[in-house]
Design a protein around this ligand. Structure first.
Ligand SMILES: [Zn+2]
Length: 334
């Protein structure tokens, strides 16, 4: 039972990006709401080639053969092929129409639906793995182990997996030692080849909190998750040059992990943050939280070989899927 993977479902459902067909010209209906730009959800139908847009209560469902997207008026969440994304702003309703913020459309929906439009993103063979915490900083702790230990165990196994597939892997740490956040950023930025950066963590919170979540750098003008907007959120950071690649990479890792863990996890979604490693690293970057060490049941799962194998396989698979998705050439529709 544990971690049984429905193979077919995995292949079919994980990130079936339909980035091969350029969108038809669309008429975007736009509106300013509370000083922010919004676009009507209806316009996404022809632009992204959805067959149907259906409304059911507050749900708006856009669908074609490959993608099912569900938005909820008044909420800040969106599901694409079952993967949860946390929007920067709520979906609004005015004049009987649903509206999404332009920033969520351009910085989230678009790169997820059209990863092949991200310039030059597929041209990498180096993966930088950052096992969070270490040394005098154990991270989260419970009766079974420390976060620093789990993070390194996952990173070392992902390293082996990726190296066996021909990737070059750079580790920010390969032993139980302490590094500052800046030192991690420096290790990553010393890599001059095209690369991607994956920071591996396990979570802590109240005893009821559980599940996986993946963070990408907040675009300019978007706050750190759960925090109000600061003046500094309007400054461009190094990581913002890869906004589109960041979210495409997060989609791959989060989607693969969510499906490999199946009923043994809960999808908390892909979120925006301003963690130091995300702001400072000059390669496409994500930070993934692989489960809660403070949840009584999940803590025991995290300690199992089966759970770790699922997490490691998911990250390995996601790197391949991401590279493939961003490497496809867009084809213009006749
Ligand atoms: Zn951590």
């Amino acid at each position: 039972m544990l971690l049984r993977v429905a193979k077919l479902q995995l292949i079919v459902a994980v990130l079936i990006w339909f980035g091969v067909i350029a969108p038809a010209a669309a008429q975007w209906d736009t509106k300013t709401i509370e000083g922010r730009d919004y676009v009507a959800v209806d316009g996404m139908k022809s632009f992204y080639g959805f067959d149907t847009v259906a409304r059911s209560g507050n749900d708006v469902i856009l669908e074609n053969k490959k993608v099912k997207m569900r938005l909820h008026v008044g909420a800040q969440e969106c599901l694409m092929n079952g993967v949860k994304f946390v929007f920067s702003y709520k979906v609004e309703e005015i004049g009987g129409k649903a509206w999404v913020s332009r920033i969520d459309l351009s910085k989230l929906i678009d790169p997820v639906l059209r990863p092949s439009y991200i310039d030059n993103a597929g041209n990498f063979r180096t993966v930088i793995l950052d096992a969070g915490h270490g040394g005098k900083d154990p991270g989260a702790t419970n009766a079974l182990s420390t976060e620093a230990t789990y993070n390194l165990q996952v990173a070392e196994r992902v390293q082996k997996l990726l190296e066996s597939r021909g990737y070059k892997v750079v580790m920010t740490r390969d032993s139980n030692r302490y590094l500052t956040l800046q030192e991690r950023v420096d290790v990553a930025n010393n890599v001059k080849d095209n690369a991607i950066f994956i920071s591996i963590h396990h979570n802590s919170g109240g005893s009821a909190a559980r599940g996986i979540e993946t963070f990408t750098l907040s675009p300019i003008g978007v706050a750190h998750y759960g925090r109000g907007l600061n003046q500094s959120d309007y400054q461009e950071r190094a990581g913002n040059s890869h906004d589109s690649a960041n979210v495409a990479l997060a989609t791959a890792v989060h989607g693969c992990m969510s499906r490999r863990l199946g009923t043994n996890t809960f999808d908390r979604g892909i979120k925006r943050a301003r963690f130091s490693v995300l702001t400072g690293v000059q390669h496409p970057s994500i930070l993934v939280e692989c489960g809660f060490m403070t949840h009584p049941y999940e803590a025991r799962l995290i300690h199992t070989e089966a759970y770790r194998t699922a997490v490691v396989s998911a990250i390995g698979e996601a790197v391949e899927r991401y590279r493939k998705a961003v490497s496809m050439k867009p084809v213009t529709k006749e």
